[in-house]
Ligand binder design. Structure first.
Ligand code: FMN
Length: 206
């Protein structure tokens, strides 16, 4: 797949087919992640891969099972809400299932330093910025392979708790969980707010 095609086709999905991703494809996708730019030239990233149901359940114990959108207000939001509200209405009930039902969960750890949790400037966040370059490479490589990803930010102490039970070294942090798999045919396509490049470009000054 052409790079631009992958960029335009990439979507976060939240429903997967019950189909396993082959190991060699998974490795290719992680290897694409490893090609990302890195702030310290060291690529201090490690990936915990979960496939077995019990391993996924253990790591997801801190993610609350989603509520089904049975509440009238949630159903109504899906129809009349703003695109952002509609996205939340689709996403929130699926935060657990979109990871549990993925073929694999990828946990992308990055080596932190004292600046990340106590930043004094944007550059203090470089380790975090770098891992997000890795994550985007993973998303695009997955798309190029005909796969898709779900993704959840680690909220509150989720990341720390997961790192602990997976025995990650203390200075490694987990920015998000990634679910990897084959997108279900009836995935809800979440409406996107579209912008043109011209609207966002400011020549010379803002
Ligand atoms: C920093 C960041 C945090 C996000 N957090 C979540 C999340 O916790 N749960 C979720 O379902 N989606 C999450 N998303 C996915 C966004 O909802 C999604 O990217 C956005 O709605 C645009 O849709 P698209 O990725 O399909 O273009 C996150 C995306 C980013 C970049």
């Amino acid at each position: 797949m052409d790079l631009y095609e992958a960029i335009y086709n990439r979507r976060i999905v939240r429903d997967f087919k019950d189909k396993s991703v082959p190991d060699e494809v998974l490795k290719k996708i992680i290897d694409a992640g490893l090609q990302a730019p890195t702030h310290d030239h060291l690529r201090n990233w490690e990936f915990v891969i979960l496939k077995a149901r019990e391993d996924k359940e253990r790591a997801l114990q801190f993610v609350k099972q989603g509520v089904e959108p049975t509440l009238e207000i949630l159903k109504q939001t899906l129809v009349t809400g703003t695109p952002q509200q509609k996205m939340y209405a689709v996403a929130m009930p699926r935060q657990y299932s979109m990871l549990m039902n993925a073929s694999h969960i990828i946990l992308p750890f990055f080596k932190s330093n004292s600046g990340v949790m106590n930043p004094t400037s944007v550059s203090s966040l470089n380790p975090l910025s770098s891992i997000w370059c890795v994550i985007e490479n993973i998303f695009l490589a997955a798309t190029a392979e005909g796969l898709a990803c779900s993704m959840r930010i680690t909220v509150g102490e989720e990341g720390e708790n997961v790192a602990k039970i997976l025995e990650a070294p203390e200075n490694y942090l987990l920015p998000c969980y990634i679910g990897l798999g084959y997108a279900s045919d009836d995935n809800i396509e979440v409406e996107q707010v579209k912008y043109t490049a011209e609207e966002k470009m400011h020549y010379g000054k803002w």
